[in-house]
Design a protein around this ligand. Structure first.
Ligand SMILES: C[S@@+](CC[C@H](N)C(=O)[O-])C[C@H]1O[C@@H](n2cnc3c(N)ncnc32)[C@H](O)[C@@H]1O
Length: 336
């Protein structure tokens, strides 16, 4: 299988299932971000996009619908093998063959962390049905190790939006609205992922120097974002034409160049750390907790929200709720 090394990245032009079995060591990858072919006739994908197809690199290799289940099971088993214990996996999927991917994941030891909805405008007009405007991102972890999740890498927990909302909380909701990139007059893959989307996953789930893998490189967007964020990258692309174009583009990226463009979060210890609770604060805490749980927040979410609102650590909130009698009473009533 042909391979190309660019700095500390290694790319293979070939099938990812055999290629990974042959070239990637067990438990060696920190993070996998991948976007498999959708099994919906790649060559007719222009129907789903409002764009000029002239600049789309051809050669996209699709998987026949009737093979999609077996294909998904095979590559997802490989993903499970190469991830380190505690490593993270993000799979981008449309809805047509989502059930195959979910089924394949359930045949492994991988554990769901979040089912994320990526919302963006397709730009397709419909008149007799709703407009399709989302993709699924399945976020899983390999058990047995500590998973990287850089909680304040983008927004400090104390940072507020103009309306008072907690920016850290909002950024970590599981519906992400991120537009596709329109690159007029430039070559692209059939369904290239936006840098903003990839950056978010890479920032939260890896550190500089970590190894990021994409089993279906396509336009090499994962590799380009990972390199720009100073991660190492390994990946596969079966189509020679797409591979060559991707290698050319990745070679122009300076490692770490995206780091300079990232927002700097304001990270502080909680403002009221170790301060005594006044009775009125405890009363307010109790009321807010009830409001949040009444609206459907789990205990974990409510505690996290209150930690931001009251400028305290999560343990301090949990302890204060117990003191205020909210938690013990809830437990006695059997509402937990
Ligand atoms: C959905 S695209 C990936 C798009 C990519 N995430 C991007 O942002 O450009 C899927 C890619 O997988 C490639 N592919 C199909 N079967 C493959 C296989 N068995 N091994 C490696 N790549 C494969 C296709 O040629 C296509 O380029």
């Amino acid at each position: 299988m042909k391979s190309v090394t660019i700095g500390s990245n290694l790319f293979y032009n070939g099938d990812c299932i055999c290629g990974s079995a042959e070239h990637i060591a067990t438990d060696s990858v920190d993070l996998i971000i991948t976007d498999p072919p959708y099994g919906i006739h790649g060559d007719r994908m222009d129907r789903h996009y409002n764009r000029d197809e002239e600049f789309v690199v051809d050669g996209y290799v699709e998987v026949p619908e009737e093979e999609y289940g077996t294909f998904s099971e095979r590559w997802i088993r490989e993903a499970e093998r190469i991830l380190r214990p505690g490593g993270s996996l993000y799979i981008v999927s449309g809805y047509t063959n989502l059930y195959h991917i979910l089924h394949a994941l359930r045949q492994t030891s991988l554990v769901e962390v979040n089912h994320i909805i990526w919302k963006y405008p397709f730009g397709v007009y419909t008149s007799r049905k709703y407009v399709s405007s989302h993709y699924h991102i399945l976020f899983y972890e390999k058990p047995g190790g500590k998973r990287t999740f850089n909680l304040e890498v983008r927004f400090g927990r104390e940072e507020r939006a103009e309306d008072g909302g907690c920016l850290n909380y909002l950024d970590r909701e599981d519906v992400w609205t991120i537009n596709r990139e329109y690159k007029p007059g430039r070559t692209k893959n059939k369904n290239e992922l936006p840098t903003a989307l990839l950056t978010k996953m890479i920032q939260y789930s890896s550190n500089e120097g970590d190894l990021v893998c994409d089993l279906f490189l396509g336009g090499f967007s994962t590799a380009i974002a990972a390199t720009g964020l100073n991660r190492r990258c390994v990946g596969f692309e079966v189509s020679e034409k797409i591979f060559e174009a991707g290698v050319r583009e990745t070679a122009t990226v300076r490692p770490g160049e995206l780091l300079e463009t990232l927002r700097c979060p304001v990270v502080r210890g909680p403002a009221n750390l170790r301060k005594r609770w006044r009775p009125e604060d405890l009363r307010r805490l109790r009321t807010r907790y009830r409001e949040l749980t009444k609206k459907g927040a789990t205990k974990k979410v409510a505690v996290e929200t209150l930690a931001g609102e009251f400028g305290r650590g999560r343990w301090a909130i949990t302890y204060a709720l117990e003191r205020a009698g909210v938690e013990s009473r809830r437990k006695k009533r059997g509402t937990e």
